[in-house]
Design a protein around this ligand. Structure first.
Ligand SMILES: Cc1ncc(COP(=O)(O)O)c(C=O)c1O
Length: 384
């Protein structure tokens, strides 16, 4: 009755976790949600009446201009004709999957990588080959080897405050990955939703700004720095890819909600933007530091981690490699939600003994009580 791809829809686990986090009293380290206190009040005043009508598939021209200008400021050579507004960057992943993936298509991802991207790629039938993430990103020579061995034509990376690991690629690695993509003609798909959530002074230059000849897609979102509820993100692509992406967007939902696009435009062009972002960084870096201290108290003997220089997550490598998925039901029962790390690895590169912990949502007291419960369960679990 259904399409053959339905059998490839995975992970009821994540839906279970996210629905559990809605329960009152739950301490959630699971999602990647902005802190409720940091969500701005929507300002509807600048929205033209024409927003009530159908609009262009590419997005509101004024928003596309503002996005292109912002991207040029971070080094991406582009104009507004290369910008496609999408209904959250999750839709960008869907459109890119549709453009590049048939059943059996090999592609390259980081290992670990963003779970919902893996799910989308695999839904369309991709075989995802993971390149291990090191402390300053993936090794470009390993990327070259995997591309050559597998024949992959697309690589998906999150170089800045990666989800789930928080890793930020060094300047050298960014340049080396771009050079590998150019040499191999490998399409680079760079996902960059966390770039504004920066707490330490690190290089955040998009890899796409280093590309000379390979096809590329850079995408970002208003979800983490503004509001996820508006479901507005964007992608910027090399001109050869744009006509295909626009047609796919049109076939998917005609265009992104125009009211949300105007709210995003108001945010991006607001004279108060720099102050708002500075406040957000200050608030989240304080939360990051509180979580770091709580982790040191409860997990010092149990795990290793690097303090993330930006983004929303700590990535714990447990000293004893247990399958953290097995801890989850008991933890949800005790009112603590977290993301087991195993689900972020492509099937070709499985790995045990990791946890992703979000620090933007829980209060300081919840961090301590939640981590104490989690640490007790880890300590009581024998190695897999
Ligand atoms: C790496 C990455 N890409 C894409 C998304 C999707 O974001 P949105 O669809 O809200 O723009 C997320 C959300 O957590 C993410 O972490």
């Amino acid at each position: 009755m259904f399409s053959e791809r339905i059998d490839r829809l995975t992970s009821s686990l994540v839906r279970d976790i996210l629905s559990a986090t809605q329960q009152p009293g739950m301490i959630s380290f699971a999602g990647g949600l902005p802190a409720p206190d940091e969500l701005p009040t929507p300002d509807w005043s600048g929205i033209p009446a024409s927003a009530a009508q159908y609009g262009p598939s590419e997005g509101e021209p004024a928003l596309r201009e503002a996005i292109a200008e912002d991207a040029r400021n971070v080094g991406i050579e582009c104009d507004a004709s290369q910008v496609l507004v999408v209904s959250g960057s999750q839709q960008g992943i869907d459109l890119v999957s549709k453009l590049f993936i048939d059943p059996g298509t090999p592609i390259i991802t980081e290992a670990p990588t963003y779970l919902a991207a893996l799910q989308s790629f695999e839904l369309f039938g991709a075989v995802c080959h993971g390149v291990p993430l090191g402390t300053d990103g993936i090794d470009a020579s390993r990327l070259r080897e995997v591309a050559q061995d597998t024949g992959a034509r697309l690589t998906y990376v999150i170089p800045t405050f990666q989800n789930p690991s928080g890793t930020c690629y060094s300047a050298e690695t960014r340049a080396a990955v771009a050079e590998a993509a150019d040499d191999l003609g490998l399409t680079l798909f760079e996902d960059d939703p966390y770039r504004e959530l920066v707490y330490n002074n690190v290089d955040r230059t998009p890899i796409c700004s280093h590309i000379k000849s390979a096809p590329w897609i850079y995408q970002s979102s208003f979800s983490k720095s503004f509001m996820p509820g508006i479901r507005v993100g964007y992608l910027i692509a090399s001109p050869d890819l744009m006509p295909h992406l626009v047609r796919l967007k049109q076939a998917t939902d005609l265009h992104t909600n125009r009211f949300g696009q105007w709210l995003a435009h108001g945010h991006l062009t607001s004279p108060g933007l720099a102050d708002r972002l500075a406040h957000l960084r200050q608030a989240y870096s304080a939360k990051r530091d509180a979580m770091d201290a709580a982790l040191t108290e409860h997990f010092n003997d149990l795990a290793e981690w690097t303090t993330p220089p930006g983004g929303l997550f700590f990535w714990l490598r447990l000293r004893t490699p247990i399958d953290t998925r097995e801890l989850l039901p008991a933890m949800l029962e005790r009112g603590v939600a977290f993301m087991p790390g195993e689900v972020f690895f492509p099937a070709t590169a499985p790995s045990l003994g990791y946890m992703r912990l979000n620090f933007s949502h829980a209060s300081q007291e919840q961090m301590h009580s939640g981590l104490a419960i989690l640490a007790e369960a880890v300590r009581a679990t024998p190695a897999a």
